[in-house]
Design a protein around this ligand. Structure first.
Ligand SMILES: Cc1cc2nc3c(=O)[nH]c(=O)nc-3n(C[C@H](O)[C@H](O)[C@H](O)COP(=O)(O)OP(=O)(O)OC[C@H]3O[C@@H](n4cnc5c(N)ncnc54)[C@H](O)[C@@H]3O)c2cc1C
Length: 381
């Protein structure tokens, strides 16, 4: 029998499995193998909250801790698999004029590097930027990761580990309980047994019946466009009016995103494509002239009230743990969230601040009776 079953093999489940293996626990990773809609594949890979000063200390602390662990995760994965997740520290330029004072105050309070940049520096950082925008804030420490490669590297590292079993194309339909304790999970092709189960199933976590009720985790759709330029058109990611452009090393350029409540529909819409294209063309008119997107996709974020994830034991059910609800920043938070979850599963005191903020029993009381909406999930950005 495996020590721990992890349900969901997105970035959260995979990093959780890796952290459990570092503790020598054997792991079974169960994933229904969705062909589309999973957030970890669809995301932009910016390793920071957008406008971080608008978020609660709980979101901010976990994102900062996650971002700081990514270089070590990258080194481990490159060494074990040879797959480079393309962690790049190119910084981020924020172009919204009205956030300049708040951004500077935040950076000073947190000891984060920032510079206020005028037109000349902007042109150097962002060649082709519209002359309408003349000021920005440059956060040089912000990094990005190429998330599909991060997932490939995580999978490859776990696949060669004899302490990990992958159960692919198996949908967990319910928990198996005995005497109130978790004993495993039920799938259409039979039960899998373990006396500890971690739910890391993203936007779908709220569909499972748990003792004490379903989780308030709601899918929030985000659409992305992909362009390609040769040579690369942009080196530095840029954020404006809540949307962003993220360059990859090979000339691919992502334009994102939308925040939509569309239930579990992970289809794309012509309206969103038009909005994202218009955004990119308005910022970089010459760069995007005559360019058509190569691809258009959508993913479902695991939306949680206030954007705060649920990490730790489920109070009603010994053996059941959650690592869900990372909403807009799961790629950033994942290594820190995995560490936090494993500390709690191993019964160790955490050195991490704000632990109680993510505890499922506290998340449940904080969200009880509150209707979820994109607006209450996190500040509009
Ligand atoms: C458009 C977009 C842009 C984003 N940009 C960023 C960004 O720049 N930076 C950032 O930090 N974050 C970003 N995010 C958010 C981030 O992608 C998510 O928070 C994170 O990927 C959530 O990871 P997850 O593993 O919980 O969920 P997912 O990646 O969705 O994985 C869940 C997994 O669980 C499996 N599963 C579900 N139900 C079951 C079941 N019953 N049985 C078995 N398996 C099941 C699914 O098949 C899936 O593989 C973005 C998200 C989107 C959609």
């Amino acid at each position: 029998m495996t020590d721990v079953i992890v349900v969901g093999a997105g970035v959260v489940g995979l990093t959780t499995a890796l952290a459990l293996r570092a503790e020598n626990a054997t792991v079974t990773l169960v994933d229904e193998g969705r062909a589309d809609g999973t957030a970890s594949w669809a995301g932009g890979g910016i390793l920071s909250p957008l406008y971080p000063w608008r978020y609660s200390p709980a979101v901010h602390a976990l994102a900062l801790a996650g971002a700081r662990l990514h270089p070590c995760l990258r080194d481990t994965l490159v060494e074990r698999t040879g797959i480079d997740p393309e962690l790049r520290r190119d910084g981020l330029v924020v172009l919204d004029a009205e956030v300049q004072a708040a951004g500077l105050a935040y950076a000073e309070a947190q000891g984060i590097e920032v510079s206020s940049v005028g037109i000349e520096r902007l042109r150097a950082l962002l060649p082709g930027l519209t002359p309408d925008l003349k000021h920005g804030l440059y956060f040089p420490e912000v990094a990005t990761v190429r998330n599909p490669r991060l997932l490939s590297a995580l999978r490859a590292a776990l696949e060669v580990d004899p302490g990990v079993r992958f159960e692919r194309a198996r949908r967990v339909e319910q928990l198996v309980l005995r005497g109130g304790r978790v004993q495993g999970v039920a799938t259409p092709s039979g039960n899998l047994c373990a006396d500890r189960v971690v739910l890391a199933c993203g936007a779908w976590a709220g569909l499972l019946d748990l003792p004490g009720g379903r989780l308030q985790i709601v899918p929030v759709r985000g659409q992305m466009l992909l362009f390609r330029f040769s040579p690369p058109a942009l080196e530095v990611p840029v954020l404006f009016e809540g949307r962003y452009l993220v360059p990859r090393s090979d000339g691919h350029l992502l334009v994102g995103s939308t925040l939509e409540t569309a239930e579990f529909d992970s289809g794309t819409t012509a309206e969103a494509a038009a909005v994202l294209e218009e955004f990119a063309r308005r910022l970089f008119p010459m760069v995007f002239e005559g360019q058509a997107p190569l691809r258009h996709w959508a993913g479902l974020r695991p939306g949680s009230a206030d954007g705060i994830p649920w990490i730790g034991p489920w109070p009603e059910t010994p053996g059941l743990y959650l690592n869900v609800g990372h909403y807009r920043y799961g790629l950033t938070m994942a290594p820190a969230a995995a560490r936090l979850l494993v500390e709690s599963l191993m019964g160790r005191a955490s050195s991490f601040g704000h632990v109680a903020d993510y505890a499922p029993e506290n998340r449940r009381s904080a969200t009880q009776g509150r209707a979820f909406s994109v607006g209450t999930a996190a500040p509009e950005s």
